[in-house]
Design a protein around this ligand. Structure first.
Ligand SMILES: Nc1nc2c(c(=O)[nH]1)N[C@H]1C(S)=C(S)[C@@H](COP(=O)(O)O)O[C@H]1N2
Ligand SMILES: [Mo]
Length: 261
C-alpha cells in the first residue's frame, strides 16, 4: 500500500471514530458541546485534577455511556447495607412507622413547578429497571436490581430553570449522629438514562437498610454518591452554603466530589 493510501485510510478511520463517538454522546444526551461549556464554570467549585478527571471520563463515556447491566442470575442474594442502615431521626421513625404513607419527595429550588410526590405517585410513573454493580470505596461491591422513575423525567416535570447547575439530594438520616447526609450531582449526571430514584430492590420494596422509601441510583458513580432516605431534591447554582460546602456528607470529610467509575 502506498503511503498516501495508508494515511487517508487512517483519516477515514479517525473520522469514523469521531462520528461514532459524537453520535453516541448525542443519543445518550451525555456530553454535547453545551453541556461541556456548562461544565467550564464548574472549575471554581472543583479542583483542577478532579475537573480533568471529569472531562476525561465524560469523553470516554461517549464510547461506553451506560454502566454495565447484568443478568438476573448474577444478582447477589443479600445486598450489603452500608453507612446508615436504621436511621433514628424522629421524623424518619414516624414516617417508617406509618409505612411511609405520609412521606413526600419534594423537588424545589430553581424549578418552574415545585413538586411534592407521594410514593404512590412515584410508583405510577414510567419506571426503569436495571441490574447493576454497586462499588463502595471501602472495597466491596454488590449486584442488585433497582427499579424507579428516571430522574430526568422528574426534572422535566419540575421544569429546571436555566440558572440551575446542580441537583442536591437531601436525606433523612444523620450518619454517626453528625450532620444529615446529603449529596449532589451536576445536571449531566443527573440526566443520565441510568440515574433513577429507586423504590424497589430485587423486586421487593426498598428495605430500610438500603434507603427506604427512596434512594438515588447513579450507576456511573461510587456508592457514596447514591443518597438513601431521600426527603427532597433541590436545583441550585452551587452548593457552597450547604453543610461543609463540598457537595456531600463524605465530600465534606475529604472524598472527591466527582466519583465517576
Ligand atoms: N442517606 C445516606 N445515603 C448513603 C449512605 C448513608 O450513610 N446515608 N451511605 C453511602 C455509602 S458510602 C454507600 S456504599 C451506599 C450504601 O448503600 P447500601 O446500604 O444499599 O449498600 O449508600 C450511600 N448512600
Ligand atoms: Mo460506600
Amino acid at each position: 500500500m502506498k503511503r498516501s493510501d495508508a494515511s487517508s485510510a487512517d483519516r477515514r478511520g479517525r473520522r469514523r471514530f469521531l462520528k461514532r463517538a459524537s453520535l453516541g454522546m448525542a443519543t445518550l444526551g451525555l456530553v454535547g458541546c453545551d453541556r461541556l461549556s456548562q461544565n467550564e464554570q464548574v472549575v471554581d467549585t472543583l479542583d483542577l485534577a478532579e475537573q480533568l478527571n471529569l472531562r476525561v471520563q465524560r469523553f470516554l463515556a461517549g464510547e461506553r455511556g451506560l454502566a454495565p447491566e447484568y443478568p438476573t442470575s448474577m444478582i447477589d442474594q443479600t445486598f450489603r447495607p452500608n453507612g446508615s442502615t436504621d436511621p433514628q431521626a424522629s421524623r424518619y421513625r414516624q414516617l417508617a412507622a406509618g409505612q411511609f404513607r405520609d412521606w413526600r419527595l419534594g423537588i424545589n429550588g430553581l424549578v418552574d413547578n415545585p413538586l411534592s410526590l407521594s410514593l404512590d405517585e412515584l410508583r405510577a410513573m414510567p419506571a426503569r429497571t436495571q441490574i447493576t454493580r454497586h462499588d463502595c470505596v471501602e472495597g466491596w461491591s454488590a449486584i442488585g436490581q433497582w427499579r424507579g422513575p428516571v430522574l430526568a423525567d422528574l426534572l422535566d416535570r419540575a421544569g429546571v430553570q436555566s440558572g440551575a447547575r446542580y441537583v442536591i439530594f437531601h436525606c433523612m438520616d444523620q450518619l454517626g449522629g453528625e450532620d444529615f447526609y446529603y449529596e449532589s450531582l451536576d445536571l449531566s449526571e443527573a440526566r443520565h438514562p441510568q440515574t433513577i430514584l429507586a423504590y424497589s430492590l430485587n423486586d421487593a420494596p426498598l428495605p430500610i437498610a438500603n434507603g427506604a422509601p427512596l434512594r438515588l441510583r447513579a450507576e456511573r458513580q461510587l456508592g457514596y454518591k447514591m443518597a438513601k432516605y431521600l426527603s427532597s431534591i433541590t436545583l441550585a447554582t452551587d452548593f457552597d452554603d450547604i453543610a461543609g460546602g463540598k457537595g456531600g456528607f463524605w465530600e465534606d470529610r475529604g472524598y472527591t466530589w466527582y466519583a465517576g467509575i
